[in-house]
Design a protein around this ligand. Structure first.
Ligand code: ZN
Length: 272
């Protein structure tokens, strides 16, 4: 718990101080949990949009596609001046991968080694934080320290960031056009059933609308693409190439919400 508290410091202090939380604190933690889930949703949308662009634009991919689209999503959020919350979204999304890794390996956080091959998720978190500190050392220095990325590595990360940014820019350049809009992006919200509170937040924050605007303003899509939020029966998100659809599952928002409460805030550990 120690290292990650640096990124959710205020919340960690609240958790440590009082087992019986005041109602007001509890509300504020629930609201932080929702922010965490929505920040992950933002990153997840950009990640899936990366898969969509590779498929729809027929882009070549060197190396693992998962890593490539993580880098693209991170670069987008690092350079999106129209979203004041994009830096927080990155920190929470990286923490999400980190705690996913902790969950899947069963390792305690304290003896968790960032550099061994525990799981892909921890590498995803590490790669994201490297790009983040590589772009903006002032904003993400503390996060990189919390992830135990040493000073030399942090400096090398600025090269990693620049390489990722310029590689993607070069790949996408032939598909940009300042004058001409390509095919539109359709946005669909399906019935959310028991996930209504997550769907309301997801729609209210305009996460899919903002992402769609970014894509349509910058890149020329050859055919209509749909962004669909729906119930999937699992906590996930996909790009479906046969339907040209990016799909965000409401279950994923719920999963991340409870990850924040139980794995990061430690709720339910000492009570009952
Ligand atoms: Zn993926």
């Amino acid at each position: 718990m120690r290292t990650l508290c640096a990124t959710v410091l205020a919340a960690c202090i609240v958790a440590a101080l009082s087992p019986a939380l005041e109602a007001e604190d509890e509300l504020s933690i629930l609201s932080d949990a929702m922010d965490f889930a929505m920040h992950d949703a933002t990153f997840t949308m950009y990640h899936e949009i990366g898969h969509m662009l590779i498929s729809e634009l027929g882009l070549p991919v060197l190396g693992r596609e998962e890593d490539a689209v993580d880098a693209l999503a991170t670069v987008w959020l690092l350079t999106d001046d129209s979203d004041p919350d994009s830096y927080n979204a990155l920190i929470d999304a990286a923490d999400g991968w980190y705690f996913n890794a902790v969950d899947s390996t069963g390792s305690g956080v304290d003896d968790f080694s960032y550099y061994s091959d525990h799981s892909l998720d921890i590498q995803r978190a590490y790669a994201m934080v490297c790009l983040m500190v590589g772009k903006d050392a002032d904003a993400f220095g503390d996060t990189a320290d919390a992830y135990e990325i040493d000073a030399d590595q942090q400096e090398a990360c600025s090269y990693t960031y620049e390489q990722a940014r310029s590689s993607w820019e070069m790949l996408l350049e032939p598909h940009t056009d300042d004058e001409y809009y390509g095919a539109p992006i359709k946005i669909v919200y399906e019935d959310a059933g028991e996930y209504a509170k997550f769907a309301e937040e997801f729609e209210g924050r305009g996460i899919m609308e903002h992402a769609a605007e970014l894509v349509m303003e910058n890149y020329v899509l050859p055919q209509t693409v749909t962004f669909r939020a729906t119930q999937c029966g699992e906590a996930n998100a996909f790009f479906d190439p046969s339907e040209s659809e990016v799909i965000y599952c409401y279950e994923l928002a719920e999963y991340m919400y409870y990850m924040y409460l139980y794995d990061i805030m430690g709720w339910g550990e000492s009570s009952d």
